[in-house]
Write a protein that binds this ligand. Structure first.
Ligand code: NAD
Length: 337
């Protein structure tokens, strides 16, 4: 099996690559991988086991159709992670989100169709559904995205799906909840707050902190993606949840406890306009069809994640202070993508 992984130098894509190359995903033990990544501020080549005999790294843009047409022949499948992913950034740079997330997805689907690769997994987000007060979204729910990020992902889902419904491209779409784990860029809630505590800086929490998110460990997400790649049904959408809904305040307090830090570090800041209240996916379909179950309990996953950031300041300090993540509190997001 030979797979193209777009955005494979980012948080989730690189976790997938490392897990697959380590032989920990069933049926992928001998897989060869090509990672295509632009190495934007969010990508980090150090996330990848460069030099691994079954890994080829290509520095390039997923919007480049010519490059994709050169690259794809000989591949049996694609995992499409490449995207602009930070909600707050999308409020100020929406055009870049549309270019990469919509244009890049269209270029990739076009190339996959022309070359005739096998299965394409388009990695999307539960944010395409909008916000939900009660209950959970199943895959049939109307898309009502609120931020430019979520809207660009919703558009990319529809573009991708059109290549299945019009041309029969072998495509699956996944929509997961908030991921967490090691190597997540420090612009996102958990790493931002952990690293703030480690640096003795206040934690800017939007509003009263009662917004609810479902947390999914990146390891469980990657296992689910591999199930969809190998056993999902073409043309289907699969929600992927973590089974761990928490308020942002509860997550923040848990982090402070793990770091033995005082609650006085919490600094409530004005809520963001259009801040989604609650996300909640119903992932019965992937559980029943493909036997998916999240296996990392939130408490353990969070403790291990905190420890990883404690142990790896040389990884997060440059990313945190490169001018991208170092935004004033009112512009920083507690949103995961
Ligand atoms: P990330 O920001 O950590 O990584 C994105 C990667 O894409 C980076 O390596 C970046 O360099 C690369 N990239 C950006 N633009 C590119 C381009 N034009 N061409 C090639 N590469 C490009 O993101 P992530 O958290 O790993 O998310 C991966 C995917 O999962 C995204 O599609 C995202 O929408 C989706 N997702 C993430 C979450 C989450 O909680 N992190 C939740 C739901 C869905």
């Amino acid at each position: 099996m030979r797979l193209l992984v777009t955005g494979g130098a980012g948080f989730i894509g690189s976790h997938y690559v490392r897990t697959l190359l380590a032989g920990r995903l069933e049926g992928g033990e001998d897989a060869r991988l090509t990672v295509l990544d632009k190495l934007s501020y969010a990508g980090n080549a150090q996330n990848l086991p460069m030099g691994h005999p079954r890994l080829e790294f290509v520095h390039g843009d997923v919007c480049d159709l010519g490059l994709l047409l050169d690259l794809l022949p000989g591949h049996d499948g694609v995992l499409h992670f490449a995207a602009e992913t930070h909600v707050d950034r999308s409020l100020r740079h929406a055009a870049e989100f549309v270019r990469t997330n919509v244009g890049g997805t269209q270029a990739l689907m076009e190339a996959a169709l022309q070359v005739g690769v096998g299965r394409v997994v388009h990695v999307s987000t539960d944010e395409v559904y909008g916000s939900i007060e009660e209950g959970s979204w199943d895959e049939e729910r109307t898309l009502l995205p609120n931020s430019p990020y979520a809207a660009s992902k919703a558009a990319s889902d529809l573009i991708a799906r059109s290549y299945w419904s019009t041309y029969g491209l072998d495509l699956c779409i996944t929509r997961c909840s908030n991921n967490y784990g090691p190597r997540q860029h420090p612009e996102k809630l958990i790493p931002r707050f952990v690293t703030n505590v480690l640096e003795g800086v206040a934690l800017p929490l939007y509003g009263d902190g009662r917004n609810v998110r479902d947390w999914l460990h990146v390891e469980d997400h990657c296992r689910a993606l591999h199930l969809v790649l190998t056993r999902g049904r073409a043309g289907e959408i699969y929600n992927i949840g973590g089974g761990s809904e928490q308020t942002n305040l509860a997550v923040t307090e848990a982090l402070l406890d793990l770091l033995d830090a005082d609650r006085s570090l919490i600094q409530h800041v004005a809520d963001r306009k259009g801040h989604d209240w609650r996300y909640s996916v119903d992932d019965t379909k992937i559980r029943e069809e493909l036997g998916y179950r999240p296996s990392v309990p939130f408490e353990r996953g969070l403790a291990e994640t905190v420890q990883w950031y404690r142990d790896n300041p040389e990884w997060w300090k440059p990313a945190k202070h490169d001018g991208h993540a170092a935004m004033p509190p009112e512009q920083t997001s507690q949103e995961e993508v």
